[in-house]
Design a protein around this ligand. Sequence first.
Ligand code: ASP
Length: 439
Amino acid sequence: MKINKHTILTAGILGGLVVGVVVGEGLYRAYQGDVPLAALEGLSFVGNTFFIGLLKMVLVPLVASSVIIGVSSIGDPSQLGRIGGYTVLYYFATMAIAVVLGVVIVVSVHPGRGFDEGFRNQQAQAFEQGDSVEQQRSQEAQATGLWGAFKNIATQLIPSNPIGAAANGQLLPVISFSLIMGIVLTVIGPRGRPVLDFFDSLYAAVMKLVDWVLWLAPVGVLCLVAWTVARIGTASLIGPLAKFIVTVLLALSIHGLIVLPLVLWVFGRTNPFRYMHQMRQALLTAFGTDSSSATLPVTIECAEKMGGVSKRAAGFVLPLGATVNMDGTALYEAVAVVFLFQCYGIALGPTQLGIIVVTATLAAVGAAGIPSAGLVTMVIVVQAVNNSLGLPQDQQLPLASVGVILGVDRVLDMCRTTVNVWGDSVGAKIITRIAPDPA
Ligand code: ASP
């Protein structure tokens, strides 16, 4: 068998995942669940600085150049409109399917039935009294609500200061500015050529860099996974939340292994599992990093070099998808919210389930491609359902209920991020059919 660099790298990342679990669990057991902060910080420092940090370093130039090159190579604005329309349709249709699937499964399995009330109250109280980042961000999300989330997206789409946004690492403003620049540079014809050539070179250089950074993936993934496991231990997965975890994993598996492959097979005329294999490094990186944005460079690299995705589709569908299209997150938010209501014994009718379908989709669009973003925007869904129930304040689902699932969120985030990246990859392959690169 010919062993190429991709096989070595994939084996390395897989090895990193396994060793990460072993190291994390070893630490957890050695310190009986109280792993010294220094060890945890050490793991997080190495993973975040030497791997995620390098991926983030290339993110803004990569997104800007890939969107500009992708859009300008499509050229004709009406063709661009058509591709854009199909892309957005794909995002929303697959996210809606994911949420409906999540709701159907969580209602059928009913993981919140007979949930340990003592554990529930203790976790919720700890969340309320603690000052975790998640708690602060949830409170902010609750204060801004759905309208706030919408305004936030709108202002990012029309950035008054694209350079400032780029400097802050915000992707959506960079995407929309690059999209406009891509069109304008094409419209002005030969005078736009030097700038396009510049971005073409920049793109090639950044992709080369990604190639190199990928070799750090095994170590990066090892440290990040070890950090996650060392904090909670694998036993937490078989504790009171086991039924909830199984429900989430079941729904994510159906979506990732049946629904999306079917969509790809029907609309992309592609063998889905072969394509999944071609995208394996991106999927493993998503699993190890919990971040679609940080994974984006790897996603683009795999899609173009191994998956046969056109530059046009990769440049357009993948960057936008990494921030907007989140099937796994949408599904997770729906399952988690229904589960929490079940835990507190609050009955939900068809209206509330309908509200969950709509708001979970929008909350997933609003979630950034970073770890635990879905947990935070979930508050928006809880709030919308509480409002529609019209119950007195003390009978509503408390915001602190999010604390019940906080402990296992990071592990489930690994799984939903993988589905998010898989959803983007499937979209890019389908759009390649209507936007192939010129021969
Ligand atoms: N971590 C997810 C992502 O980056 C977002 C989330 O669901 O928290 O895609």
